[in-house]
Write a protein of this length. Structure first.
Length: 364
């Protein structure tokens, strides 16, 4: 692997040889370092952890013998629990609605901490911890914690990540409903869960402009799609971007952010279609595992095998792994990394999961 020593302040040029598209400092208010020349290693087929009966889903997490997932579409409940191997439907929780303990809208990206699903209602400004075990035993939604956050009006909070017993970090995408612009600068925000008060904001982003590429408009909301994970100390978060080949780090205590850019990854195809970059990330404390798709919007995704990047918390790329097929999400539980893909069965798409031992990944 070869790194540059300078901060990226120049313009990135599209692979197609068109005029420079943008200056990265128009987007990110922190230093960015280029990374290139990362060797690729292959990973043998993973062990199947078969499951059936689950159709389209957004995000999943594995805990013990269970898979918790956010179901696509508009149903009565948001989070579903099934047996990891059997696919047996064990329960649906977190009712959609305006009543007490009900949730109007939440981001599909979620976190499991100490057996609880961290949930945030972005319309009500309410934080919940959904206890999986209690909910399964009772047959209905049981929360261990409910907190009304203050000073949330006018903000669009997503990606709740509990970083300590009484602190949660959220991403404010500054999205305005039914609008093509942002209401203010996007930022991360840290809240106190004992009081619901805002502790501080982290200004990591600039005003996000449009990208216009061959009759295609890419809205600011699209450019901010990301996933997050937290280190074992709860002091640093890693965020990986879907629209850009960027991995960012934010020190929660100092407020300092930095990023690395995979400069051998194109932003757009020659016809202006976007590339999907990082979809999800997980951490076991020592390393970060980030799923990279690298597919072009509008093309057959199933034909493009995904890659798995392994980073340390200093931003060093330790491994770039070619996977055996196209995956959509990953989840890390104890010593196994679970990867989700789809199979077309009986004229329907069904989610499937397979697993890979972390030791095998580290030893490649």
């Amino acid at each position: 692997m070869v790194r540059t020593d300078s901060i990226v302040i120049g313009l990135f040029v599209f692979l197609s040889g068109c005029k420079p598209a943008f200056n990265p400092q128009d987007y990110f208010a922190f230093p960015i370092e280029e990374v290139h020349g990362i060797p690729v290693v292959e990973l043998d087929s993973s062990q199947e952890a078969s499951i059936s009966g689950i159709g389209d889903l957004w995000r999943f997490e594995v805990i013990d013998t269970l898979v918790v997932y956010y179901k696509k579409g508009i149903g009565q409940t948001m989070y579903h629990v099934a047996g990891l191997k059997s696919g047996e439907d064990l329960g649906h929780f977190c009712i959609r609605g305006r009543g007490p303990g009900e949730v109007l809208a939440t981001n599909p990206s979620f976190q499991i901490v100490d057996g609880n699903v961290v949930v945030f209602d972005l319309l009500k400004g309410q934080y919940f911890e959904l206890n999986i075990d209690k909910s399964l035993k009772a047959g209905n939604t049981k929360y261990d914690r409910q907190v009304q956050l203050q000073d949330y009006a006018g903000r669009t909070f997503q990606h709740p990540r509990k970083v300590s017993e009484n602190r949660v970090l959220l991403f404010d995408s500054a999205t305005v409903p039914e609008s093509n612009s942002l209401s203010h600068l996007p930022a991360f925000a840290l809240y106190d869960l004992s009081s619901g008060n805002l502790l501080r904001d982290y200004s990591c982003f600039q005003q996000i402009p449009y990208i216009h590429k061959r009759e295609k408009d890419y809205l600011p909301q699209e450019l901010l799609t990301m996933d997050l994970c937290v280190d074992s100390s709860g002091q640093t978060i890693c965020f990986v971007m879907n629209m850009f080949p960027l991995i960012g780090f934010l020190d929660i205590e100092t407020g300092k952010a930095r990023g690395i850019w995979l400069n051998d990854k194109p932003l757009f195809s020659e016809r202006g279609s976007r590339h999907f970059h990082f979809m999800s990330c997980e951490s076991n404390g020592e390393n970060i595992f980030a799923l990279y798709q690298g597919v072009i919007s509008g093309k057959n995704e199933e034909e493009t095998p995904s890659e798995l990047y392994v980073f340390d918390w200093y931003g060093n790329v330790k491994k770039r792994i070619q996977l055996d097929k196209h995956y959509y999400w990953i989840s890390l539980y104890k010593d196994k990394l679970y990867l989700q893909y789809y199979s077309y069965i009986n004229n329907e798409w069904e989610a499937r999961f397979c697993s890979q031992n972390i030791d095998e990944i580290n030893n490649l």
